[in-house]
Design a protein around this ligand. Structure first.
Ligand SMILES: Nc1ncnc2c1ncn2[C@@H]1O[C@H](COP(=O)(O)OP(=O)(O)OP(=O)(O)O)[C@@H](O)[C@H]1O
Length: 583
């Protein structure tokens, strides 16, 4: 039940609405309990008293009461439907916000589809439970207790007969409830597996199509769905027995009631109206008994879903904002890596004892073989992860002491793979500064050499770029990303150079744009091109997580170390060509 209280605090803002709904619910249930008494009086008015006036007045009462019942019913349903959906919406938004706050290591260890499945399938299960369970428990408790009190008062002997139904039902609930809960967890897990396949297929559709792996993906998805279906069928087998089993017991007890009650009427021990009322009450309280059995399994199901969602909600970001953060309003741009050691798992360091000093405004090229740790170093600079040993200092402050938001506001990354969002060109550029003016926006686009091509698009800045920017060319996407970074106006800039070559004109436009972007900012470049390395103030050569050389191009060439070898082995994309051109 601890799980339910976690969810229920989301209901607090709607306490007034909920109280009103439950008041209406209580009234509806009380009316349900009164109805058979009126019916009893009506039958007795006809059969025993033969009194037309009494019959008319009772009929009028009945119509009034059932009208009220309908009004209360509609009010309850509306309010609870509204609140249930509101709570789920609030919860989904909080879940989203929470996931965004989690450290990068979380995203590396979970598959996207799994997160989507928790957000979708599990929260839907919780939503259903949120409305149905409290309502059912409340309504059925009133009906059951009230009904029992009345029938005991009416005829305690007949009540004993009805209560015979309880032991077999409770046994049934206990035996199958646990099984249903386990199966439910299985269904959700298997659905999550299928969602993972769906998400991967959609996001890698080009690879899927070019390798014509549609049948393979289909099979993977079908396996996931069939697995979920198998578990679902096992669940259905048990839950299918519920309704008919309860109905069977109800009819059995009813038959006994009619037989025994009929004899009592014949003996004059009770009136026909009383027997009819009793019969109605029996049906009314059989309902809650059956519902409680079903509810038990529903509650188990919901508890499973809540637990699965809270597995994520209870995670704390590994990278924490400091208690008394230092807010750097304007970073100068001095960066020191001081004996930094880091491993994604601490026992396997991928950065070892790295010490570097970078002056404000310096242009630093990071080079080294694949897997040397260049990207990792940049991730540490962003504080996506915390170092295991040593420290990274910005303007003399350990990044772990900085206000993370204020700090990252002044850091911009232009990644290798340009990530655009599916909206318009304007929205994509404004991502760098949401409140930028039209003039700032256009200036950024112009400096990024993007203005001309944007003007030529069908709707200019308001052209939709398609999922991840597919409707733009690679070079155009990069220039939009440069404009975005330009608008952010960062103090520290990170360029992860694209490895794939662009045509000469596009290359030229981009180099020019980047040149503008780098002006006056401390810049790190994960370099794959000779031109960038040449122009760097400092080249840092990494190998197996260690800094092996630092210097300018000329210094490092003279040294004939790793840089010289990388260079002469043509490990830079355009090394031989540009070298010849430049010498
Ligand atoms: N999320 C991760 N979890 C575990 N290990 C990782 C993770 N990311 C990178 N690594 C490992 O860390 C090492 C350094 O990787 P990194 O991406 O920093 O290299 P790189 O120099 O940027 O390589 P490249 O030029 O190929 O991009 C590699 O051995 C890599 O396998």
């Amino acid at each position: 039940m601890k799980e339910f209280s976690k969810i229920l605090h989301y209901a607090r803002p709607y306490t007034k609405n909920i109280v009103l709904a439950f008041l209406c619910l209580a009234l509806t249930s009380v009316i349900t309990l009164i109805l058979p008494l009126i019916v009893r009086n009506m039958i007795n008015a006809v059969v025993v008293q033969n009194n037309v006036e009494a019959l008319n007045s009772l009929t009028f009462d009945l119509v009034v009461i059932i009208t009220f019942q309908m009004v209360f019913g509609v009010t309850t349903n509306y309010i609870l439907g509204f609140v249930g959906n509101r709570i789920t919406a609030d919860f989904r938004m909080e879940f989203f916000g929470h996931i965004q706050k989690l450290s990068l290591s979380f995203f590396h260890s979970r598959r996207v589809g799994e997160i989507l499945s928790r957000m979708g399938n599990d929260i839907t299960v919780i939503q259903k439970a949120l409305v149905t369970i409290p309502v059912a428990v409340f309504r059925q408790t009133i009906t059951l207790l009230g009904g029992l009190a009345i029938i005991i008062y009416l005829n305690w002997k007949l009540t004993g007969l009805i209560l015979l139904i309880l032991p077999p039902l409770m046994l049934f609930a206990r035996v199958f409830g646990k099984r249903l809960k386990d199966l439910s967890a299985q269904v959700q897990d298997r659905l999550a597996n299928a969602t993972v396949v769906l998400e991967e297929m959609v996001s890698s559709i080009k690879v899927v199509k070019s390798y014509t792996r549609e049948p393979y993906e289909q099979k993977r998805f079908e396996e996931g769905i069939e697995d979920a279906f198998d578990a679902e069928v096992k669940k259905v087998k048990i839950s299918a027995a519920f309704g008919p089993f309860i109905l069977f017991l109800t009819f059995l007890v009813s038959t006994a009631l009619v037989w025994y009650g009929g004899r009592q009427v014949m003996l004059g021990a009770t009136t026909p109206g009383e027997l009819a009322a009793f019969f109605l009450y029996a049906i009314i309280i059989a309902g809650p008994i059956g519902t409680f059995v079903r509810l038990y399994t529903q509650i188990q199901e919901a508890l499973g879903a809540i637990r699965r969602v809270y597995e994520i909600m209870d995670l704390k970001p590994i990278v924490q904002q400091p208690e008394n953060p230092v807010v750097l309003d304007r970073i100068e741009g001095r960066i020191d890596f001081d004996h930094v050691t880091f491993g994604y798992s601490p026992e396997r360091p991928v950065i070892e004892d790295v010490t570097l000093s970078i002056h404000p405004g310096e242009r630093v090229a990071l080079v080294g073989p694949s897997g040397a740790g260049k990207s990792t170093l940049i991730q540490l600079l962003h504080r996506f992860f915390d170092v295991n040993q040593g420290a990274i200092r910005v303007d003399g402050h350990d990044v772990r002491e900085l206000d993370l938001t204020a700090y990252l506001k002044q850091v911009a990354l232009v990644p290798q793979e340009t990530h655009l969002f599916g909206g318009t060109v304007r929205e994509n550029i404004l991502y760098g500064k949401l409140d930028a003016t039209e003039e700032e926006l256009q200036r950024a686009a112009k400096t990024a050499n993007a203005e001309a091509f944007i003007r030529n698009l069908e709707k200019g800045y308001d052209t939709i770029v398609g999922e991840k920017g597919v409707k733009l060319s690679g070079g155009e996407r990069q220039r939009v990303a440069i404009a975005r970074a330009m608008l952010k106006d960062p103090r520290i800039l990170v360029l992860d150079e694209a490895t794939s070559s662009l045509d000469t004109q596009s290359e030229h436009l981009i180099s020019e744009a980047l040149e503008q972007l780098m002006k006056g900012r401390t810049t790190f470049i994960i370099a794959h091109r000779l031109s960038t390395v040449h122009n760097a103030d400092k080249i840092v050569v990494l190998e197996k997580g260690r800094v092996v050389e630092v210097g300018t191009h000329t210094e490092l060439m003279e040294k004939e170390g790793l840089y010289y070898h990388l260079y002469t082995l043509r490990l830079f994309d355009d090394a031989p060509l540009t070298l010849e051109e430049e010498t």
